[in-house]
Design a protein around this ligand. Structure first.
Ligand code: MTE
Length: 314
């Protein structure tokens, strides 16, 4: 491991991000992709989970009034075509074109470990069992770009209560599917400690904001955004929001995560959005709004301090 030079795309210092803009001109990108306007998505990119049957039944889910702020939503085409999903590619705009062979239905998810009622269930059945709601959240990547997205899902605490954590359970570990035949990036990034793994403290996982997510913009999640089921943890940097989950495990010790294993100094376990704490190689004080290119101030806990700051009182 020590001899392998492993650099995520966001390892590039911010002052070198400019060239991306020259090849990734916003208007011509949309034109090339064949989108006349926002929201004009193809069926191919919408084959989230459960296809049309699930969509009729589960989508669109009712918006939760407590999570319906008057913010401008990020353009849907941007949110679904500018992706970090290293199992497919390190190039954000390439991911969507590489997910074709990724099979997401049926999809078993195993919820187990230190709990009294472990469960293995199809992702769609879990969504039907718990029910879906829509919430508008800010989303802030460690690379200092951001979006505002209407996600569809249910609080993780509802799943955890179902399996009844034992007293020894202190952390929740999440694991992404590892299917090299369907995920070309895994073969390319051989030095990475696959599968992609993430984790939360149990009290963070029980916080109402931590959302198990199965859809966005009123439709099932597109594959490139982590279908059929992912996490959205809006007060933490985006890499904590693990995609295409196959396992949720209750554990007693802090689990090692993919990014922390690669560089604990740059991508530590906790990873709360904290504008006053710079990343070792760039400032986290501001963020770039992906679809407008505006630069705005980053908020502590990504604006969710009221809901989560108490978790971190020393
Ligand atoms: N989950 C997996 N399995 N693989 C990944 O590469 N990237 C993370 C996170 N979850 C990633 C992942 C990062 S760095 C970000 S910013 C978000 O997914 C991006 O989510 P999006 O493509 O839906 O915007």
């Amino acid at each position: 491991m020590a001899n392998i030079i492993i650099r995520p795309e966001w390892y590039i210092p911010e002052n070198r991000v400019t060239p991306e803009k020259s090849y990734f001109n916003r208007r011509s990108f949309l034109k090339q992709m064949g989108f006349a306007g926002s929201g004009a998505l193809t069926m191919k990119s919408l084959d989230g989970f459960g296809a049309t049957k699930a969509r009729r039944k589960l989508f669109p889910a009712k918006r939760n009034g407590n999570f319906s702020p008057p913010w401008r939503l990020t353009d849907e085409t941007w949110a679904t075509h500018y992706n970090n999903f290293y199992e497919f590619s390190t190039q954000k705009t390439a991911v969507v074109g590489l997910v074709g062979d990724f099979k997401i239905d049926p999809w078993q998810i195993k919820i187990h470990g230190l709990c009294d009622k472990p469960l293995t269930i199809d992702a769609r059945d879990l969504a039907e069992k718990i029910g879906l709601e829509e919430r508008v959240y800010r989303f802030r990547c460690v690379e200092a770009w951001s979006m505002v997205v209407p996600w569809t899902g249910f609080p993780l605490n509802k799943v955890l209560r179902m399996v009844k954590p034992k007293a020894e359970a202190k952390f929740v570990k999440f694991i992404t599917a590892m299917k090299p035949a369907e995920m070309p990036g895994i073969n390319y990034l051989r030095g990475y400690p696959w599968p992609y793994t993430e984790g939360l403290r149990l009290d963070e996982a029980m916080n109402d904001l931590a959302l198990v997510t199965t859809g966005m913009y009123g439709k099932p999640l597109p594959k490139q955004n982590g279908a059929p089921i992912r996490m959205i943890v809006p007060w933490k940097y985006g890499y904590k929001s693990i995609k295409s989950i196959v396992e949720i495990e209750l554990v007693s010790k802090q689990p090692s995560t993919l990014w922390e294993t690669l560089s604990a100094e740059e991508y530590p376990f906790e990873s709360n959005v904290e504008p006053r704490v710079p990343h070792p190689r760039w400032s986290q004080a501001t963020e770039r709004v992906v679809d407008t290119d505006d630069r705005i101030r980053t908020l502590e806990y990504n604006g969710y301090g009221e809901q989560v700051a108490r978790l971190y009182k020393k």
